[in-house]
Design a protein around this ligand. Structure first.
Ligand code: 5GP
Length: 213
C-alpha cells in the first residue's frame, strides 16, 4: 500500500478560522498530521514567537534561501515574502504523516504544479455577515481594516474554483471532520494508488501467464 502522507494546502479568507481549525485537527489526531512552519520576512506580531508561528527572516536571508532551493514554494503577499521549507515537508510525507500548509492562494497553486498529489482546500465561513462578525471579534481591527480584509476576500474568492474542495467552517469540530473525510478519500484515490494499480495489473498478468504454461 502507498504509505506516503498527503500534502494538504489550506487557504481561506482572513477570519475564516483556519488557524483554530488546524490546531484542533492536530490535537484530535496526534501523529497523523503535521503543520509546516513557514518562513516570512514580515515582523512578528505581539505574542508571536520565532520558530512557533513562523521563522522570521530578514529579506536578505530569505532571498538566499530561495537561491539555495530551500523552499517548496514561496510567494510575496502584501509586501512580504512567505515560504514553505522543502525538507520538513519531504521528511514527514515519507514517514506517512499528512502535512498541512496554511498558505495563501498563489502559494497553493504553485504547490499544485510541483506536487501533483497535493490536495487543495479552501475554507469559508457560513456567510459574509459571520465573516465580518469574526473579524470584529478580534477587537484589534478598525473599520477600515475590516473593509480591506473583506475586499481582499472578494479577490481571493475569484480563485476558489481552482481548489479541490470547499470546506465550510460553521463549527470547529464539524469542520475538522470534513477535512479528515477528504483526506481519507484522497488516500484511496486512483491517483494516490497508482503504484497499487500497477501491481494489480502485473499480478494478473503473472498469474495468467503461469496458468497458461
Ligand atoms: P499572516 O501575515 O497574516 O500571518 O499571513 C498572511 C498570508 O500568508 C496568509 O494567507 C497565510 O496563510 C499566508 N502564508 C503563511 N505562510 C505561507 C507560506 O509559507 N507560503 C505562502 N505562499 N503563503 C503563506
Amino acid at each position: 500500500m502507498n504509505n506516503r502522507g498527503i500534502l494538504i494546502c489550506i487557504s481561506g479568507f482572513s477570519g475564516s478560522g483556519k488557524g483554530t481549525v488546524v490546531k484542533r485537527l492536530l490535537e484530535k489526531y496526534p501523529g497523523e498530521f503535521a503543520l509546516s512552519i513557514s518562513s516570512t520576512t514580515r515582523s512578528p506580531r505581539p505574542g508571536e514567537k520565532d520558530g512557533e508561528s513562523y521563522f522570521f527572516r530578514s529579506r536578505e536571508k530569505f532571498i538566499k534561501l530561495i537561491e539555495e532551493g530551500e523552499f517548496l514554494e514561496y510567494a510575496e503577499y502584501v509586501g512580504n515574502y512567505y515560504g514553505t521549507g522543502r525538507s520538513f515537508v519531504e521528511e514527514k510525507l515519507s514517514r506517512g504523516i499528512n502535512v498541512i500548509l496554511e498558505i495563501e492562494v498563489q502559494g497553493a497553486l504553485n504547490v499544485r504544479q510541483k506536487m501533483p498529489g497535493a490536495v487543495l482546500l479552501f475554507m469559508v465561513p457560513p456567510s459574509v455577515e459571520e465573516l465580518e462578525r469574526r473579524l470584529r471579534e478580534r477587537n484589534t481591527e478598525d473599520d477600515a481594516t475590516i473593509r480591506s480584509r473583506l475586499e481582499q476576500a472578494r479577490v481571493e474568492a475569484e480563485s476558489i474554483d481552482r481548489y479541490d474542495y470547499l470546506i465550510l467552517n460553521d463549527e470547529i469540530d464539524k469542520c475538522v471532520s470534513r477535512i479528515r473525510s477528504v483526506v481519507d478519500s484522497v488516500k484511496v484515490s486512483t491517483d494516490v494508488m497508482s503504484e497499487e494499480i500497477k501491481n494489480i495489473k502485473i499480478g494478473l498478468e503473472e498469474y495468467l501467464k503461469k496458468e497458461g504454461d
